[in-house]
Design a protein around this ligand. Structure first.
Ligand code: SF4
Ligand code: FES
Length: 253
């Protein structure tokens, strides 16, 4: 198939940026969206022009580094699918496809389609870990975990940290990402020791970088891992509890 592409080009953070038109000719329907961009880049390199800069790593929907606005949708038109797993069969011969970087004040453009998503790392660094003795490998079943809790923690742990929830939100809120990162630890026995400090630190770090949640629900729609906004309610509940419990613990010191 042949496609008309409008792609955002930006020389660096200080450049205003603009759209450029490209023709994608003879694209195979079984290619991924990123493979289609690889074809465009090979043509640009052959012509001695600058290739289009975009992020990717695993290309199998796990690492969260890919992420583009495709025709105005974070990760494009297929629900529950990261950009790297979107296939060209979702498009038709002759389509126009507009490709932009994720747009959010917390995600400044580095170059072309690549953005700086380090505020997501700052949220995780504020508490998205457990201080468990990892020693030698223990029997996987030595800590009994109720199936409902294990399933919910696993659903939250599916977050790949791509930032599409932020890009899709009219407020550029970081709630869905932060809620997923908090819930997958707070739901498990191993996560209890730091539950309240983790929740307070991660939520307050999130608030330094991202806008406020006003329950639009766009994050859930854009999420390639279909993380539920129910986790935001869970995070909010734990945050209120944390404010009380952390104060009590300080009083005991
Ligand atoms: S919650 Fe979904 S959209 Fe947000 S960072 Fe995680 S995987 Fe990406
Ligand atoms: S490149 Fe890793 S999730 Fe897309």
């Amino acid at each position: 198939m042949d496609l008309h592409l409008k792609i955002w080009r930006q020389n660096g953070p200080a450049d205003a940026g603009h759209f450029e038109d490209y023709e994608a000719v003879g694209i195979n329907a079984d290619m991924s969206f990123l493979e289609m961009l690889d074809v465009i880049n090979e043509g640009l390199i052959d012509d001695g022009r600058e290739p289009i800069v975009f992020d990717s790593d695993c290309r199998e929907g796990i690492c969260g580094t890919c992420g583009l606005m495709i025709n105005g949708q974070a990760h494009g038109p297929e629900k529950g699918t990261a950009t790297c797993q979107l296939h060209m069969r979702k498009f038709s011969h002759g389509d126009q496809v507009v490709i932009e970087p994720f747009r959010a004040a917390a995600f400044p453009v580095i170059r072309d389609l690549m953005v700086d998503r380090s505020p997501l790392d700052a949220v995780v660094a504020a508490g998205g870990y457990i201080s468990a003795n990892t020693g030698s490998a223990v029997d996987a079943n030595s800590i009994q975990i109720p199936k409902t809790a294990a399933d919910a923690a696993m659903d939250a742990a599916a977050c790949i940290g791509c930032g599409a929830c932020v890009a899709a939100c009219p407020n550029s809120a970081g709630q869905l990402f932060t809620a997923a990162k908090i819930a997958h630890l707070n739901l498990l026995p191993q996560g209890q020791a730091e539950r309240w400090s983790r929740t307070e630190n991660m939520v307050e770090t999130m608030e330094e970088f991202f806008g406020s949640c006003t329950n639009h629900g766009e994050c859930e729609q854009a999420c390639p891992k279909e993380i539920s906004i129910d986790f935001i309610a869970y995070m909010n509940r734990d945050y209120i509890k944390a404010k009380v419990k952390n104060r009590k613990l300080i009083g005991q010191q």
